[in-house]
Structures are given as C-alpha cells and as structure tokens.
Write a protein that binds this ligand. Sequence first.
Ligand code: NAD
Length: 264
Amino acid sequence: GQGLMAGKRGLILGVANNRSIAWGIAKACADQGAELALTYQGDAFKKRVEPLAAELGAHIVGHCDVTDAASVDAVFDNVSKLWGKLDFVVHAIAFSDKEELDGRYVETTRANFLRTMDISVYSFTDIAKRAEALMTDGGSLLTLTYYGAEKVMPHYNVMGVAKAALEASVRYLAVDLGGKNIRVNAISAGPIKTLAASGIGDFRYILRWNEYNSPLKRTVTPEEVGDSGLYFLSDLSRGVTGEIHHVDSGYHVVGMKAVDAPDI
Ligand code: NAD
C-alpha cells in the first residue's frame, strides 16, 4: 500500500454516524492506507456503522460498551485474532446525562458524576492498558477533549471536569507507555454538531459564538479534526507525546471575546 499510514492497523472507537469526529479520523486514516477496525455501541448503531465500515473496507470487531468489560474483552480478542498486533487506537467516546448538561454544575448528582467519569475518562485508561499488550512495535493512542476542561463553558458542567481528568490521564499514560514507544495525545476540538453535542444545552448558540470569536471566523469540521488526527496517528508526530492539541479555529488563544456579535 501507499500513503502515510501504509502498513498501519488501527482500532477506532466512537463512530456513531457520518457526523462523528471518529468518522472524520477514520476517513483520513483510510485515505492514507491504514487498515481499520471499527466497533458499534449496541444494535441501534450497528445498522449505521456497517455501511460506513464497508465504505472504507474496514473490519467490524463487534459491539463495544465501555461499561461492559465483557464487550471490551471481546473486541480486543477479535483484534488480536485479526491482526495479532495494533499500531494505533482512537478513543472518541464520552457520555453524561443530558439533564445535567444544562444549568449549574453544582447540581451534579453522584450517580451521573461517576458514570460520566467512568465512560469518558476511565475507559481511555482501560483501553490504553489493553492496547499496550498488542502494540509490540510501539504505537499511538489518541483521545478527544474540549476547551471546557481548561475554562468554564456554559452547560458543559461535569463533562468539563471529566475532560480535565482525561487530559491529565493523557500525561500519565504518556509517561507509563513512553518506554515502549507508545505515544498518547489528545485533540481538543472546537464545537461540532454531532449526536453527542446535541445533548448540550444551547449548542447552536455555542457554535455561533465560536464562529464569531475564533481567529478563523468559523467552526471546524470532523474532516479537519481527522486530518490533524492523522498527524498524531502517523510517524509524522513520532517525537510528540503527552500533548493536548487544539483544533478549534484558534478560539482558545483569544483573550477578549466580542460581546456585540450582530446575530447571536
Ligand atoms: P458522537 O455522538 O458521534 O460520538 C460519541 C460516541 O461515544 C458514540 O459513538 C457513542 O457510541 C460513544 N459512546 C458513548 N457511550 C459509550 C459507551 N458506554 N461505550 C462505548 N461507546 C460509547 O459525538 P462526537 O462529538 O463525535 O464525540 C466524540 C468525542 O469527541 C467525545 O469524546 C466528545 O466529548 C469529543 N468532543 C466533541 C466535540 C463536539 O463539539 N462535538 C468537541 C470536542 C470534543
């Protein structure tokens, strides 16, 4: 094969539909010659993911719900049987109760706090440990985060606290796995209208606000995040680990945001 990813085999977790950030990353990797394995979360998503996998000639390695260890065991067994090794993993998974992605953070319940942290943070560490065993020639792990980890964003609430923990996990995992030449990085993506984002209160307003205030005067697409993901998953970034890289039209560098946007 040809391309930046020729000869590389990767597991991509988190494709729900053709608007998913994970799908943008999958397309960028497949375009550059990677061989891919995808999962789906339950039968509802199976029907969506199957034709997408076919489009890229990707394998489907089963149902994956990160709260169900048996399903994750089965996925890694399938990958091991299929390839015997792994070069990269994309973790594009997050969840929080929609009811709590609105209003005040202080109202967060213990049950939703724990569930949000389990699905959105612990799962990355769990998957890194499983991937380590298959990354015998080194590898690259990539997760997705958001600016709400660094600064308080309206409605992001417990998910912001979870993303802060996820970003800290990236740094700890980078140290633990670096000796095996396994790199661990995150992309902090600007807001994109996906299924997960539709749970966040006032999301349209957040998109408009970002368009108006970012240096590039627009929001980003899953394809743009995919192209930046390609850098982290390929050998182009072989000297980079523990990094949180913003793909957000530059929004995070602007200190003084305009309040007089004409149409928001
Ligand atoms: P999406 O809805 O397309 O993807 C979210 C994925 O998480 C889905 O595939 C879903 O199946 C999976 N998931 C949820 N709970 C799971 C569980 N228990 N087990 C296994 N999988 C589970 O939305 P997206 O916006 O592409 O989200 C991907 C990642 O990008 C998330 O981590 C999200 O926080 C992050 N992100 C999104 C934005 C945005 O504005 N859309 C911005 C920055 C970061």
